[in-house]
Ligand binder design. Sequence first.
Ligand SMILES: C[S@@+](CC[C@H](N)C(=O)[O-])C[C@H]1O[C@@H](n2cnc3c(N)ncnc32)[C@H](O)[C@@H]1O
Length: 300
Amino acid sequence: MIFNAAVAEAKRLQAQMALEASLSIEERILRGMLATPSHLAQQIARCVGRLLDENRPIRYCEPFMGTGPFYSALRWVVPREAIESATGIEIDGESARAAAGLWSGEGVRIFQGDFLEALDAQPPLARPNLVMCDPPCFKPEQLKQSYKLQLQDRVMKAAGIRVSPLAPYYVYAFLLAGEWMEEGGLAAWLVPAEFMSSKYSDPMRKYLVERTSLIRVHRLDPRTAGSEDVWISSAIIIYRKVLPKKDSKVLFSFRGPLSDPVISQEVALGELAGNPLWESYPFVRVRTEEEMAGGKKEGK
Ligand SMILES: C[S@@+](CC[C@H](N)C(=O)[O-])C[C@H]1O[C@@H](n2cnc3c(N)ncnc32)[C@H](O)[C@@H]1O
């Protein structure tokens, strides 16, 4: 049967609505099950699609897959033949079953279980060269102490990085997935924008600056993000897993679609490395009233 991306996405949205109807919003927040808005997944996939090397078969992984909005969006931009393997990782049984129903016909392998278990799966899951995801935003107090210690230990072993016990879940997931990915791979993450300045996200920013070629950081305007589920301010990170060139620049943007942001600024990597407050980018200089009054006079 010929694959129709629009039909597949409509079916996915139906499955997602059915899942949402079976749980209260409080329960979904508690279980980190807030769905990714389709338009965001599609913007991200389009941007990533332009960065893909056509000659390199895609080994895709979508951790925290839910019903697979990113895989769905990927299929709008690349044909099935371009994808050598695809894996989704999802802890929730109902969501994993829904994802399997939607995507296993496309050859997507769904691993139902915890992300950490997926990293240890036997036989091992294919190491991805393309990752797109929207991880759950569990706060540190929502993580069991033993699980948190396990996460800390895993990040230390995999990346040699100490993560603060005050860090939320996505910091660990981000670092672990980064280490798991193939060299040269591309990653796109939708994470809370607080990663740009919070102290416990220092290891994430340091990782991006020192161990990856960071391409984009786009901050969403929470008031226009397009879904009431986007209840915190989010940011999109896109990077390639290759050591950075010293003179490289990163595009920071804010508001509007990823392809046509309202405000943007290229920031030199050297500057980023020395500034723990990435929220200051893109930098917008607001003119003082005096300057504006002066401007008016000049304009006369
Ligand atoms: C923010 S939601 C995103 C869902 C997906 N992008 C969608 O729109 O359907 C995070 C997803 O991660 C799953 N999840 C939470 N903790 C997990 C874990 N430890 N390992 C794997 N999946 C997990 C949740 O069940 C949820 O489906």
